[in-house]
Write a protein that binds this ligand. Structure first.
Ligand SMILES: [Zn+2]
Length: 285
């Protein structure tokens, strides 16, 4: 096996686009610093709503294939070479929004056996030996079944990795501090007349918002703003970007966060706040 860089970061996400929205600046920053960044995406987002009218004919497997192309382009923008689909492309499909009959599709990720899915992730962990894992909180940030399941699978894989002798030293959940979110929405409301969007979302629509005191770690990715915006724009079926704002298919404008925030949930905190996901991690294995 070729020698991997000393610092190795693993991110687990539900659909293509989640990585760029949540962690695009972090991924670009660590990649630029020479860390090995691995993205594992659990589904191809086959049940996503398509924004551009010219692509509205895409659905199901055809949409999944198209979104894999968008993901590839987004990873090029972020400088990330190592991105994979959990269990291989098409192993798990998108479960759709919570409460829909789609949730009962036997191939969907919501129906996955958590240990089996975590086993696929453990294979990646054995290969890459990441010191740091990033995923969602127990509510998946906002309650989408695939996001909740991604959380469960990532946390289970972290347990299995410890048992298997390839422990992950630090586990983080994606967060947005409430005060930062409020300020960003204030700026968005001021900017709205100059944007091609008509309405704003509300802070409660943003995944992972918590009280500021829960934030342990702040990654300043502002130097990588252009890369993050390009990665988000690459997911054109799902996201429309204008300046440092964007909409999803609900057409409600949201701010792009280029400083990204985390809550450390496993491992030793090193700094108040930490400014590096690898803070305190000793000599690389
Ligand atoms: Zn998603």
């Amino acid at each position: 096996m070729t020698e991997l860089p000393a610092r190795r970061l693993l991110l687990v996400h539900a659909h293509p686009d989640d990585e760029s929205i949540n962690n695009g600046a972090t991924m670009a920053a660590y990649s630029a610093q020479g860390a090995h960044v691995t993205l594992v995406t659990c589904t191809l987002g086959e049940r996503g709503e398509v924004i551009p009218p010219g692509l509205a004919h895409l659905s199901g497997a055809a949409l999944g294939e198209y979104r894999l192309g968008e993901l590839t382009e987004a990873m090029r923008a972020l400088g990330v070479d190592d991105f994979r689909l959990l269990g291989g492309p098409g192993r798990y499909c998108d479960s759709g929004m919570m409460g829909l009959p789609d949730n009962d599709d036997p191939h969907c990720f919501w129906q996955a056996d958590v240990d089996e899915a975590a086993g696929y992730l453990l294979d990646v962990i054995r290969e890459v030996r990441p010191q740091v894992l990033v995923t969602y909180d127990e509510n998946g940030g906002y309650g989408h079944p695939d996001h909740i399941q991604a959380h469960r699978v990532a946390m289970r894989a972290a347990e299995l990795a410890a048992e298997a002798g390839v422990p992950i030293e630090k586990v983080y959940w994606n967060r947005v501090p409430r005060s930062v979110g409020e300020q960003a929405f204030d700026r968005l409301r001021d900017a709205l007349p100059d944007l091609p969007f008509t309405k704003t979302a509300v802070l409660d629509d943003v995944p992972g918002v918590v009280d500021d005191e829960r934030i342990t770690t702040v990654v300043d990715g502002t130097a990588h703003t252009a890369a993050k915006l390009a990665a988000m724009a690459a997911h054109a079926t799902q996201i429309e970007v204008s300046g440092e704002y964007f909409v999803l298919s609900n057409e409600l404008a949201q701010p792009v966060f280029t400083t990204e925030y985390y809550e450390l949930v496993r491992g030793e905190r090193s700094g108040t706040p930490e400014t590096d996901l690898f803070a305190g991690i000793g000599d690389p294995r």
